[in-house]
Write a protein that binds this ligand. Structure first.
Ligand SMILES: Cc1cc2nc3c(=O)[nH]c(=O)nc-3n(C[C@H](O)[C@H](O)[C@H](O)COP(=O)(O)O)c2cc1C
Length: 245
């Protein structure tokens, strides 16, 4: 349709990278473009930390899984939802910032996510690739300790970036008819559509370039939804000053 939509349709997470460096100027260009994402109330409630220190990187790679690509990627970024800058501007104006509201948590987290998706897309537009790393939330306190992330900020996810050393096929998404509706929420979820999608994803899992398996999307999701994942997050977020009221 056009180059932007072609680029978006071609997305696939990249977990193997060549040794080619990503220079500071390229990274700054990517971040500046990504900052043009919409931001709730213009708050820009995010901070990005590039982790260059290899000891820190190794620790994060271990606690995230381990995930070897976290240690090996030319660039590893940690995206923080961050209310501290906003508190600082309140001090400039001698006003007190409200703290701990769930709405502030949502605002900052959404802002960080919009920024991050734009980062990945901008990188992909330059021929680079990458992958989000939610695995850092396995032990978010250690990530905060390593990177000196203060209260009123938390690491939402990381991201590996670099030049792709593999070319996996894109993962098929749900059909648009399964996610887009008009005027009201659907009365039910179309079983036929989901069965078709299972056939599509089964074909993908059996034929992709690595980690072949006889799997379907619905089976994966049934397994995922049946597990308690990162039960420490509520207490962690409260400790960081989020989500208190
Ligand atoms: C918030 C978030 C966290 C993720 N965390 C990880 C992760 O820790 N490790 C990983 O290898 N992939 C991670 N992914 C990548 C997803 O597994 C991937 O996007 C999904 O399977 C779809 O595949 P695709 O990106 O290749 O289309 C994450 C993606 C998102 C959006």
């Amino acid at each position: 349709m056009n180059q932007t939509i072609d680029l978006m349709n071609a997305h696939r997470s990249i977990r193997k990278f060549t040794d080619r460096e990503v220079n500071d100027r390229t990274l700054a260009t990517i971040i500046a473009a990504a900052q043009c994402a919409a931001t709730s109330h213009f708050v820009q409630a995010y901070t990005v930390i590039r982790v260059r220190d290899m000891d820190k990187r190794q620790t994060i790679a271990s606690l995230a899984g381990p995930q070897a690509w976290v240690a090996r990627a030319p660039v590893f970024l940690v995206f923080c939802a961050d209310l501290n800058r906003l508190e600082a501007v309140c001090r400039i104006h001698d006003t007190a910032a409200e703290k701990g509201w769930a709405e502030q948590f949502v605002t900052a987290t959404v802002d960080a996510a919009l920024l991050a998706q734009n980062v990945l897309l901008a990188a992909e537009s330059l021929g680079m690739g990458g992958v989000f790393i939610g695995g850092i939330r396995n032990d978010p306190q250690t990530v905060c300790d390593l990177l000196a992330i203060p209260d009123q900020a938390y690491p939402v996810f990381g991201m590996c970036l670099g030049w792709p050393a593999h070319d996996p096929p894109p993962k098929p998404r749900l059909p648009v008819e399964a996610v887009l509706f008009t005027d009201r929420y659907p009365a039910g979820h179309d079983q036929g559509l989901l069965e078709d999608y299972d056939r599509t994803t089964n074909h993908y899992f059996l034929n992709r370039d690595s980690n072949l398996k006889d799997e379907t999307w619905s089976r994966q999701m049934a397994d995922f939804m049946g597990r308690v994942i990162r039960p420490h997050m509520k207490a962690f977020l409260e400790k960081k000053g989020f989500f208190l009221k």
